[in-house]
Design a protein around this ligand. Structure first.
Ligand SMILES: Cc1cc2nc3c(=O)[nH]c(=O)nc-3n(C[C@H](O)[C@H](O)[C@H](O)COP(=O)(O)OP(=O)(O)OC[C@H]3O[C@@H](n4cnc5c(N)ncnc54)[C@H](O)[C@@H]3O)c2cc1C
Length: 474
């Protein structure tokens, strides 16, 4: 066995999960984690709640500190960008402090994540225009929203934040009107955050409904909720341009302009794979690094996990790409075990996702879109029901919409979605488990789900939906 270290590129969810697990499983072996930035082990998922003000300090979104990584025996090198990989030599090239050097590896994990795409918009050039895909951006947006004389620098204490960028944004006059370009989950979460900070918010979605991967029932309910909460929702409305020279002035769409002084572009992300451009490694779904069931790439001793890697879809068994937090943590941890000597699968992915839209909780899993199910070779049948979240007489009971999609021939559950104000989101985990088990709708209907008036009606909304869909299948 090579005595060279296990080298990890990227020090967030996937990279540090792998390094931590590896050190626990193989305490005598060396692991080096190269991170190009200064931030490590941060929760992107918490950024909208920091901006909203629900989380008072950015440091609360940080998990493992550099000191704790050191205590775990992880050789963490911040400010070290990996600029190339030579798989034949088994080395990576690194740039740090203006110098370049090569580092041999025994095994290599690429955990470089993804980056925000900006479509046709040049977000960097204009003050007041942002994407939200790093902690410095979250801090900058938060500072920009505050009145210059009221911004509290204590919100970013104990972090390696770009203080110059924060200070520059804090100095600018506070915005009053915001345009969010993109009605995905980041756009919806940010609509709530910006409303919470008192802005007049316009949300633009190019397709028919917001949260399109969650399906129509969820999109419609969320659009109503957004409107009730004072967000102006523009569906079927692609934004053509951000307008402004030094500072954002307007967004252009449908031949007209809306004056805004904040624009947030949330139109998607792309996997970071450029590092491997010369290596000949296979790329797969959505340009992510193709991996097998153990996170192994098509090159020897090279693994990939997290937002930069593909995964296997639970329902179709095909390659898929879902850049989500658990996938990154779980994949990294499994690869840490495998590299330490215990072959461990990274697990499949059903695309389970939840999002809060003001008072509505939304969840989705598997295949929700019938056209996608047809493309995958199924004959989809679906139903959407509305049922109570608790016994009708118990305070807090609320309408919950459940959509289930199944295959007509086999009766197999393919996916579903849920939306409602009363603990709807967590119910999606029942469907996720059913998908993992390959259950039919009839089997879901017979599940022994818990009942007591404060928690659920006798027939949980999932069971009601399964009963109705099963009737249609029969
Ligand atoms: C606003 C927002 C909200 C989100 N909310 C949720 C949610 O609610 N639920 C959920 O499941 N997921 C959510 N996500 C997604 C989740 O945050 C990601 O799936 C997760 O962070 C992926 O972890 P990762 O380790 O693969 O990549 P990343 O977190 O992107 O980390 C990659 C690291 O690699 C470093 N790196 C890149 N290239 C190099 C290089 N060449 N050399 C050295 N270092 C390099 C980067 O600097 C970075 O630190 C959200 C994301 C965003 C942006």
């Amino acid at each position: 066995m090579s005595t060279d270290p296990f080298v990890v590129v990227g020090a967030d969810a996937a990279g540090l999960s792998a390094a931590s697990k590896f050190r626990r499983a193989a305490p005598d072996r060396e692991v080096i984690v190269f991170e190009k930035g200064q931030w490590i082990s941060y929760a992107y998922c918490g950024m909208p709640y920091f901006i909203e003000g629900r989380v008072d300090q950015l440091s609360k979104l940080l998990s493992l500190s550099p000191e704790e990584a050191d205590e775990r025996g992880i050789d963490l090198r911040r400010g070290h960008e990996v600029t190339g990989v030579d798989p034949k030599a088994g080395t990576v090239s690194i740039e740090a402090d203006g110098k370049t050097f090569d580092q041999p590896y025994s095994d290599l994990l690429i955990a470089t994540g993804g980056r925000a795409t900006t479509g046709p918009f040049d977000v960097r050039e204009v003050d007041g225009a942002f994407t939200l895909h790093n902690m410095d951006a979250a801090a900058a947006i938060d500072a920009y929203i505050a009145d210059p004389e009221e911004y509290d620098f204590g919100r970013v204490d104990d972090t390696p934040v770009d203080r110059e960028r924060v200070a520059r944004n804090a100095d600018l006059a506070a915005p009053e009107t915001a345009a969010i370009v993109g009605g995905g989950y980041v756009g919806v979460e940010m609509a709530e955050a910006l409303r919470g900070r008192g802005l007049d918010v316009h949300l633009f979605q190019r397709s028919e409904h917001v949260l399109s991967p969650f399906g129509e029932a969820v999109g419609q309910r969320v659009e109503t909720e957004l409107a009730e909460q004072g967000v102006t929702v523009h569906t079927n409305t692609p934004v053509d341009a951000l307008v402004g020279n030094d500072r954002i002035e307007a967004v252009a769409f449908e031949g007209r302009e809306l004056a805004v002084d904040l624009a947030l572009v949330g139109v998607g992300i792309r996997p970071n794979t450029e590092l491997l451009a010369e290596t000949g490694v296979d790329l797969g779904a959505d340009g992510a690094i193709r991996v097998d069931d153990y996170g192994r790439t098509t090159l020897p001793d090279m693994y990939a996990a997290g937002d930069c890697a593909t995964a296997t879809h639970t329902v179709t068994g095909e390659e898929a790409w879902f850049p989500l937090g658990l996938t990154a943590n779980r994949g990294g941890r499994a690869i840490g075990s495998t590299v330490a000597g215990e072959l461990t699968p990274v697990g499949e992915i059903a695309g389970t996702a939840v999002v809060k839209a003001f008072d509505q909780e939304c969840g989705r899993v598997g295949i929700v879109d019938e056209a996608e199910a047809t493309d995958a070779g199924f004959e989809p049948v679906s139903t959407t029901i509305t049922a109570g979240s608790r016994s009708g007489y118990y305070p807090g009971a609320a309408d919950t919409d459940v959509t289930l999609v199944a295959d007509r021939e086999t009766g197999r559950l393919l996916g579903g979605s849920i939306v409602g104000p009363d603990r709807a989101a967590v119910r999606i985990d029942t469907l996720s488990t059913a998908l993992e088990a390959g259950m039919t709708v009839a089997e879901v209907e017979r599940l022994d789900l818990a009942y007591a008036p404060p928690f659920s009606p006798v027939w949980d909304p999932i069971l009601v939906a399964a009963k109705v869909l099963n009737g249609r299948l029969e």
